[in-house]
Every structure is written in C-alpha cells, then in structure tokens.
Design a protein around this ligand. Structure first.
Ligand code: GAP
Length: 543
C-alpha cells in the first residue's frame, strides 16, 4: 500500500535520517528542514539525474551556477520588486492575517481579478475571516515575498546596501544570457540550466518540504527564435514528463495541467503545470512556461530601463538581423521532486500472516479506537470521519490491511485518541514481524545502491571478504555500505526501508568459489553472482 498521509513519509524521513526539523536543539524554526545522511544522497541523486538529462545528454544546453545575491536592479527590472507579492488582509476581530485572494476564491468560488476587486468585496462585507467569520477585515495590502538583507560592513539604515535573497534562479540565467552566448558560441535554439537555492518569505509554508521558505530549484531557460516557441514548449512538456516517468514515477500519479488564462503570470503566453498526486492532493511539481521575450527585453537598455548597460539580443546569421529570443522555462523544485519520488516509492506490504489470535486482538482494539473517535468532542468533523472510516476499513480487512494500520499508527491526529496507545502497543510488534516497508526508488535515485553483509560477523574471513567487496564496489563508483549489526533478515528490512536496491551476503560458499548472493529489493529474489563481476553488473543495471 502506498503512503496515504504525509505523516507516514515525515515519520520515515525522521526515523531513517532523510530529513530532520531544522535547528531542533532550539525548538526548531517553522517549516525549515535539514536533509540528513540519506536525504542528501537522495536529493543529490535527483539533481544529478536532472543535470545529466538536461545538460549532459543534450547537445543544445549549457550549465550555470550564478550567485544568490545579485544587484538589486535585477529585481527592479524583472518586476519582482513591484509585483512578487501576496495580498494580505488583517482580521480586526481575531488578529489573524489570511491571504485575501485565497479567502476571496474560497468564498466567491472564483479567483479575484486583482487587488481592487478583493478590496471592493472586503468593503461590501461580502467575504469573511476564514478563522472566526468576522467581516471586519482591513483592506488587502501586497506583502512582498522577497527576503531582504544588506551588503557591506555597516547597515546604514537606509536602503543603500539593500539586496534580496533571490526568489528564483531564473534571473541569474537571463542576465548571463550574453556571457554564455558569446563564450560558448551558441546558435539558437539553445538553453541554460541551473540548480540552486531560492528564498521566498511564504505566508503559508507547509506540507513538509513541499512549500518552504528556503528551497532548491532546477531551472532551464531555453532560447528560441520567435515563432519557434510553441513547438519548443510542446517538446519540453513531453521531455520533462518523460523524465519523471523514466525515473519510475507511476503514470497515474503524474498529470499535465494547462494553466487557465487568469492564472498566468503577466509575462507568460502559456504555462503548463506538471502535477503530482501528493498525499494531500494534486499539486504543482514543475511549471513549464512560455515567457516570450519579456525577461531579455526587461534587462536590456531602453527608455524603460536606463540602468542596463546593453541589450540582450541575438544576431541571426540566417536572417542577417538582430532579434530577441523567446524563452521556454521548465522550472522544477529539487525538494518537491525529491518528496514526490519518496511518496511514489513508498509501500507498506504484508509479507506473512500473523497468528489468528493476534489478529483478533488487534481487530478488537482497532474497533474500539473507531468507537472512541466517534465519541470524541472538539475534533473537526472531517478528521473524525476520516479516522473512523479508515479504522473501520482496517478492522474489517485484517490481516490484509495491516500495512494500512501502520499509516494510522503514525497519523498525528490519531495519536490524540487515548486508545491509539493500546493499538500501537499490540500493532507495532505485529507489523514489525509481518510487514515490510519498502521504498521502490529507481536504482539511480536510491541513497545507497548496495549493502554488503557477512553471514556471520564473528567470522573474520567472511568479514574481510565482505569489507573488501564494499571497498571494491565503492571504488568503482557504486555507492556501497557494509553492515553487520544484526541478523540478515533484519538487515534486509532496514535496507528495504531506505530503498537500497541490492543486498549482498557473503557466506561460506563465497570463501570457496568467490560467489555471493545478491538479493533484489523489489522481488526479494536471490541470485548467485561471481564477486569479481559485481561492479560491472551493477554499473550496467544503473544505466
Ligand atoms: N522561475 C519560475 C518560477 O520560479 P515557480 O512556479 O514559482 O516558477 C518553480 O517555481 C518551482 O519551484 C515550483 O514548481 C516548485 O517545484 C518549486 N517551488 C516554488 N516555490 C517553492 C517553495 N516555497 N518551496 C518548495 N519548492 C518551491
């Protein structure tokens, strides 16, 4: 069963060292996360796979790594200083500050056309605070999402040293368009790819690493002749969709959504979102926009931009004239892609049936949990309904639904019901013995590729051979770890849970004929392979 709630993923991530709450020794900092030892490997693999696909495997792309801090004028002429903001309103009754466009959309059933329409609705008392229902709302004001900081040894108190933490990596590409064009002697069409941190003072961050204030983007700006933009846009939509699918994402969890006219950013002619079915619903994974010539023109010297030193344009040898290229922008989030791959790969599976009396005891407890939720006061009706129906389904289907019980035992809302302690007391042990959690990550994404175990850790010959294998595989570029801290079955479980595709066991036969068992994570089948051929075998499986 795949993960049905983000809580399950969050719990796995904390338990197994993928992602930790940031600054936790000081109580944390809301919605900021640190990637742990396995998380950094996974995210690096996602970024590496992206770079390989959009830079190394193509002939029309270059890479770039621009600075995070840029001249403030970049953000003036890109339009971010004036427009990169969310409209916020203050509720005078309960002192909360909701996003006015979201309130308008939720209560009027459509998006507002602009700030003026939102404020007219506030003044006419047509919309109310989503928290307390009061219609005493202040006029909505734009709240800029860019983080400000200053350069220089002293803060002069005015804005003379003001710089922004970039809210997207794209602008670093536009302002380097001329540099890349000249130094790499490129002809249209060609693109520039960049991976890097971006910062936004999001009003409503949340859903784990889905929306945070500091995140990483993987962006492409693809420059084409005007008129060739629509075909290039289509090609990138296909290319980027296939990238997720080739890396194992289930097709039923990925969809292409055309943005409606009123959703389009002011610079976009067309934009398509690739959406993933996260546990909290369909949400944007990547945006692929046709930004026309907006950005290159915005950073070119003109009556509107007297600060730019020159023009960002291209001399077309065929047409013997200068032109300003159009831009197709596939813009993905490294953290969001990592989260989507994790959610997609997750599975809790029943591997053997528990004894009937244990199942009966567990069923009674889950039924009394469902009754207890039903009686609980002060819990939101939809949460109650979700917990009751999940518990009833699980109770009716045990032991087949044991994997679903794992999700319920990790649900933070379920944990507030007293009986859950008893359910966990019995359920965790049964689940531990009869189910396994597996991350079916694509081998190229998995944090570790191979784990090597000696059949017996107190036999120096097995240990020496296993350690030697680990060293040889690692030297040949296959990410490998050695582990001897438990029985083989337990070690398999641990590796399944973090998505390691292959486990090698060195046994007594290995000492005689140099063969080892290689166990496949997904099928749990074992095969006997020759140790000296392992590096070539795994290298072939990773391509
Ligand atoms: N240059 C275009 C641009 O920045 P965007 O839709 O605002 O477009 C592109 O961002 C991608 O960056 C999103 O599809 C998402 O994957 C990621 N992203 C944006 N804001 C994010 C946030 N607050 N937290 C995590 N990822 C974010």
């Amino acid at each position: 069963m795949p993960a049905t709630s983000l809580d399950t993923i969050v719990s796995l991530c904390k338990r197994r060292g993928f992602v930790f709450p940031s600054s936790s020794v000081y109580g944390g900092l809301g919605s900021t996360w640190d990637y742990g030892p396995l998380g950094v490997e996974l995210k690096n693999n996602v970024k590496r796979a992206w770079w390989r696909s959009v830079v190394h495997e193509r002939d029309d792309m270059e890479g770039l790594d621009a600075a995070i801090l840029m001249n403030r004028l970049v953000w003036k002429y890109s339009g971010h200083e004036a427009t990169f903001s969310d409209p916020m309103t203050d509720c005078r009754a309960c002192k909360t500050r909701p996003r006015a466009d979201h309130v308008f959309a939720a209560q009027k059933g459509r998006d507002p056309k602009g700030l003026a329409e939102i404020n007219a609705a506030i003044e006419a008392k047509e919309i109310a605070c989503p928290k307390c229902g009061s219609k005493d709302l202040t006029p909505a004001r734009p709240f800029n999402l860019m983080f400000r900081t200053s350069v220089g040894p002293v803060d002069s108190g005015d804005d003379s040293g003001l710089v922004y933490m970039r809210p997207e990596t794209a602008q670093g590409i536009y302002v380097n368009f001329g540099n890349v064009l000249d130094t790499m002697r490129r002809k249209l069409p060609f693109g520039i790819a960049q991976i890097g941190k971006a910062f936004r003072n999001e009003i409503t961050p949340g859903n784990f690493t889905f929306r945070t204030r500091e995140f990483e983007q993987m962006e492409i700006e693809y420059f084409v002749r005007p008129g060739e933009d629509e075909a290039a846009h289509e090609a990138w939509i296909t290319e980027r969709t296939n990238w997720y699918l080739k890396l194992g994402m289930r097709p039923e969890n990925l969809r292409v959504r055309e943005q409606e006219k009123h959703e389009l950013a002011h610079y976009a002619k067309r934009c398509v979102d690739l959406e993933y079915r996260f546990p909290m619903g369909w949400s944007e994974l990547e945006g692929i926009a046709n930004r026309t010539d907006y950005d290159l023109k915005a950073h070119s010297r003109s009556p509107e931009n007297p600060d730019a030193v020159g023009e960002l344009k291209y001399f077309d040898q065929e047409q013997k004239k200068h032109l300003v290229p159009y831009v197709i922008e596939p813009s993905a989030g490294a953290d969001r892609a990592t989260l989507a791959f994790l959610c997609d790969a997750y599975e809790d599976a029943l591997v053997k049936e528990p004894p009937a009396e244990e199942t009966a005891k567990l069923r009674d407890l889950v039924e009394s949990f469902a009754k207890s939720v039903g009686r609980r006061e002060g819990m939101a009706a939809e949460v109650k309904q979700r917990l009751v129906s999940t518990a009833e389904t699980i109770a009716a289907g045990l032991p087949g639904t044991l994997p679903q019980l794992i999700g319920l035992m990790e649900d933070s809302e379920a944990a507030t019901i007293e009986v859950m302690k008893k359910v966990r007391g019995v359920g965790e042990k049964i689940a531990e013995e009869h189910t396994r959690t597996v991350l079916h990550l694509h081998p190229r994404l998995a944090p570790l590729t191979v784990a090597v175990f000696p059949l017996k850790r107190n036999d120096p010959r097995l240990v020496e051979m296993a350690r030697g294998l680990k060293r040889d595989l690692q030297r040949s570029g296959v990410r490998t770890v050695y582990d001897d801290t438990g029985a083989i079955g337990k070690l398999y479980r641990r590796q399944d849970e973090i998505g390691t595709p292959w486990c090698i066991t060195v046994d007594f036969q290995s000492l005689e004929d140099q063969t080892v068992t290689v166990r496949d994570r997904d099928t749990m089948q074992q095969e006997r392979l020759k140790a000296p051929e392992l590096a070539a075998t795994f290298a072939a499986r990773l391509t």
